[in-house]
Design a protein around this ligand. Structure first.
Ligand SMILES: Cc1cc2nc3c(=O)[nH]c(=O)nc-3n(C[C@H](O)[C@H](O)[C@H](O)COP(=O)(O)OP(=O)(O)OC[C@H]3O[C@@H](n4cnc5c(N)ncnc54)[C@H](O)[C@@H]3O)c2cc1C
Length: 463
């Protein structure tokens, strides 16, 4: 009996084949950390299941013991949702197989796989699935929120390449959700997917891709450049996706003196079309102003992501806000310029995702993510090293966001920061939000899965 308890200190029972990391384990301190170094929490227990059966045991155990359940894939939640004081953290990092069917053009990924790992494996066979711009982000987390990356204009969002998920719901059942099985649930997981259960595997469509023409065109952030940027990029062919980042130029000897510390825009681009047409597609961008530097070159698609290092220690805090815009108008540019150049401002960056193309051709009600017609996504990111200043930096970032146009209340769940449940309404059009609340009531009426940008279950009215 004693022996049994020692082998299963979590109380999960002998059926659980994964790893249990209690607060006295040597690697507890590393295991509790997440990407946002300012999120410093102490879970009651961290468990690393090996498969969906293990996951079902953990989901049942959390409910039996009344422990708050937290799900973690890549750990990049900027709101700190993948850890928690006193929580049972279900860390999927031991589940990391990718099965590629090159003949069918599909792939199954375990929920602990990181975007860079998947991309390296699929690209070796000549295929990709669109994720974001960072390899260390979890395939599960990015997909369940939508997924906006380098191929968004050519192939749409990550959810537009999602074919099915395997999911363990709060009642312990293992289900498949796809266009034909539990289609309502499949609709919901494509944009609000952290709310309905633990997704254990995801099936994706593969797209053939070899090299891309990609890099950064660095331009001075003059008013003319900023005004023209979005129209030029929206008029480009779908094969060109760009992420212009407005920031103060670093004190980098590679940047001419007169630009250092001044507003610049790094127009990061990826052309995934035919080789002959790439330079032509980039010409209007390069004509916007004399580039300060230009690193655009042909490279294998996975080179767009830094190599994944699962042992890397998080050191940087991050505060984040997002909103969709119709255009980058003068009022918005004024706020950005004023905030970035404010005395003693933290080193924030404003990244634009210029959308349209394949993403916009999907009907708005086909997935829980519904802001298909929005042409620009603005992501305000404040990374910082001084963790002790977290509260002040969070307040500054929130104030910056509040200065931006209020009529763009729509937001993107994957880029949300430490924001309250009310702000989550902005991540979905009103009819989608109401439908999500109903779906939540059906699949998770007790809100077991609440460590996320939460959708509260619809309230049942009797009589
Ligand atoms: C540096 C950086 C770059 C980014 N770039 C992009 C980008 O280019 N495009 C983009 O769209 N997004 C991007 N994001 C946002 C990112 O997609 C989200 O933060 C995403 O939720 C992270 O997923 P994760 O698995 O790494 O995080 P986690 O913190 O592990 O999970 C995030 C949320 O999803 C839930 N969750 C995770 N796995 C599961 C599962 N299997 N089942 C149910 N719920 C689960 C968690 O509980 C949590 O609420 C970026 C974030 C960072 C920090």
């Amino acid at each position: 009996m004693l022996e049994e308890a020692a082998r299963h200190p979590s109380g999960l029972g002998p059926g659980f084949r994964g790893r249990v990391i209690a607060p006295d384990a040597d690697d507890y301190d590393r295991a509790r950390r997440v990407h946002n170094a300012a999120v410093d929490r102490h879970p009651a227990l961290i468990v690393r299941p090996t498969d969906a059966d293990d996951v079902a045991l953990v989901v049942a155990h959390a409910q039996e013991r009344g422990l708050p359940l937290v799900i973690r894939a890549g750990g990049h939640s900027m709101g700190g949702h993948s850890t928690g004081d006193g929580a049972l953290v279900l860390d999927l990092s031991a589940m990391r197989d990718v099965e590629i069917d090159a003949v069918e053009g599909t792939a199954w990924a375990d929920a602990g796989v990181l975007a860079g790992e998947y991309t390296t494996a699929s690209h070796a066979l000549g295929f990709v699935t669109p994720f974001g711009d960072t390899g260390s982000v979890g395939v599960a987390g990015i997909t369940l929120g939508g997924g906006v990356g380098w191929l968004v204009r050519k192939h749409g969002m990550t959810i537009d390449s999602l074919l099915a998920v395997e999911i363990v719901t709060a009642d312990g059942r293992r289900r498949i959700a796809s266009a034909v099985e539990e289609p309502d649930l499949f609709w919901g997981v494509r944009g609000a997917g952290a709310n309905f259960g633990v997704v254990t595997r995801l099936q994706f469509r593969l797209h053939p891709l070899g090299n891309v023409l990609a890099g950064d065109i660095l331009l001075p952030a003059t008013r003319d450049v900023l005004r023209s940027l979005v129209p030029v990029l929206l008029a480009a062919p779908d094969e060109l996706t760009a992420m212009p980042t407005i920031m103060l130029a670093p004190q980098d000897p590679a940047i001419p003196d007169q630009h250092r510390g001044r507003p610049v825009v790094y127009v990061s681009v990826a052309w995934s079309g035919p080789s002959g047409a790439g330079e032509r597609a980039l010409a209007p961008l390069r004509a916007l102003g004399a580039p300060i530097s230009d690193t655009v070159t042909w490279q294998p698609y996975p080179a767009l992501f830094s190599p994944v290092d699962r042992d890397e220690e998080p050191t940087s805090g991050v505060s984040s806000r997002a909103l969709f815009l119709d255009a980058l108008d003068d009022a918005t540019i004024d706020v950005i310029e004023r905030r970035l150049t404010e005395a003693d401002a933290p080193r924030a960056i404003v990244q634009l995702r210029v959308l349209g193309g394949a993403m916009a051709r999907v009907p708005g009600d086909e997935t829980a993510f519904g802001w298909r017609d929005q042409p620009v996504l603005l992501w305000l990111i404040t990374p910082y090293q001084e963790i002790g200043r977290a509260a002040a930096i969070e307040a500054w970032t929130a104030a910056f966001r509040a200065d931006l146009p209020a009529d763009g209340a729509a937001t993107y769940v994957n880029f949300m920061g430490a924001e309250d449940t009310d702000a989550v309404r902005g991540a979905y059009p009103a009819p989608a939000y109401a439908r999500l609340r109903e779906l939540k009531r059906r699949y998770d009426p007790d809100n077991v899965f609440r460590a996320n940008h939460n959708i509260p279950p619809a309230v049942t009215t009797s009589g």
